[in-house]
Write a protein that binds this ligand. Structure first.
Ligand SMILES: Nc1ncnc2c1ncn2[C@@H]1O[C@H](COP(=O)(O)OP(=O)(O)O)[C@@H](O)[C@H]1O
Ligand SMILES: [Mg+2]
Length: 254
């Protein structure tokens, strides 16, 4: 395979909802092995971008190329099969099933060929997301942080080349953050390319070398986190979200 080829190539991608330009002529590419952050205020279009890449929402214009293949008009099932998995901003596991059962479901639904048995793969994924001690427990006994990791497990078990995480730190307390950071770092070391939507810049920066900043459907900056946060336009766009983050952190400290 050609390593120079970007894993994901997004060209002039556009999605409007009525008068709202949720994603407005966005272009960027992601190299294999990269861990990239996507930040930006609420309503910037971050989740819509993930919805477009995974086929949940259809673009008005533009093109998405994955591993050199045009997937713009593929079904979500075909996109997953081709190697893209995602988590959602809000967790949605099967609460009456165990951790292992929840993680196993995508392997049953997938028509993908796996190199080892589903049991082995599930066991490995349970470890990767740090839920070994909860493997046999029902999902309804998990903490919010553990549920988020279960979601990651359900995505990872499909053996994605590209993993899209939508606010993996959302709703977590400060002492739960490092668990998620460690899991992301482990997934990256397994060779998974990762895109992470996240408000909490300081935690995000422990894993990412590159940040895309979105505002009003546009990418307004793309670079190393340390550089990007110094750009005036980013500071202005981000001020609202940053303020919320400070508020959230303060609320958690109470
Ligand atoms: N299915 C939809 N129908 C109508 N408007 C939508 C839909 N999805 C998102 N939007 C709008 O698109 C904009 C971007 O939303 P979203 O992608 O969720 O932003 P973010 O994830 O950055 O907070 C917002 O104004 C939102 O209200
Ligand atoms: Mg969102």
């Amino acid at each position: 395979m050609d390593d120079e080829l970007p894993l994901l190539l997004v060209s002039s991608l556009t999605k409007h909802f009525g008068g709202i330009k949720a994603v407005d002529d966005i272009s960027f590419s992601v190299k294999r092995g990269e861990v990239t952050g996507i930040i930006g205020p609420n309503g910037a279009g971050k989740t819509t971008l993930f919805n477009l890449i995974t086929g949940f929402v259809r673009p008005d214009a533009g093109k998405i190329t994955f591993k050199g293949r045009d997937i713009t008009h593929e079904s979500t099932a075909n996109i997953v099969r081709s190697g893209i998995a995602r988590t959602f901003q809000l967790v949605r596991p099967f609460l009456n099933l165990t951790v292992e059962e929840n993680i196993k479901i995508p392997t049953i639904l997938s028509s993908k060929k796996f190199s080892s048995s589903p049991e082995k793969i599930v066991k490995k994924v349970v470890e990767m997301v740090g839920l070994e001690r909860k493997a046999g427990e029902k999902a309804n006994t998990l903490t919010h942080a553990e549920l988020k990791m279960l979601e990651v497990g359900r995505a990872v078990v499909t053996k994605p080349d590209l993993l899209l995480l939508d606010e993996p730190y959302g709703g977590l307390s400060r002492n739960e953050l490092s668990t998620v950071t460690n899991v992301i770092s482990r997934l990256s070391s397994e060779g998974i390319t990762i895109l992470i939507i996240e408000h909490r810049l300081s935690e995000l920066m422990k894993n990412v070398r590159r940040v895309l900043v979105m505002d009003q459907g546009k990418i307004i900056a793309d670079g190393q986190p340390e550089e990007v946060v110094r750009i005036n336009r980013v500071v202005e766009a981000y001020l609202g979200a940053k303020y919320r983050e400070v508020q959230e952190d303060a609320a958690e400290g109470e």
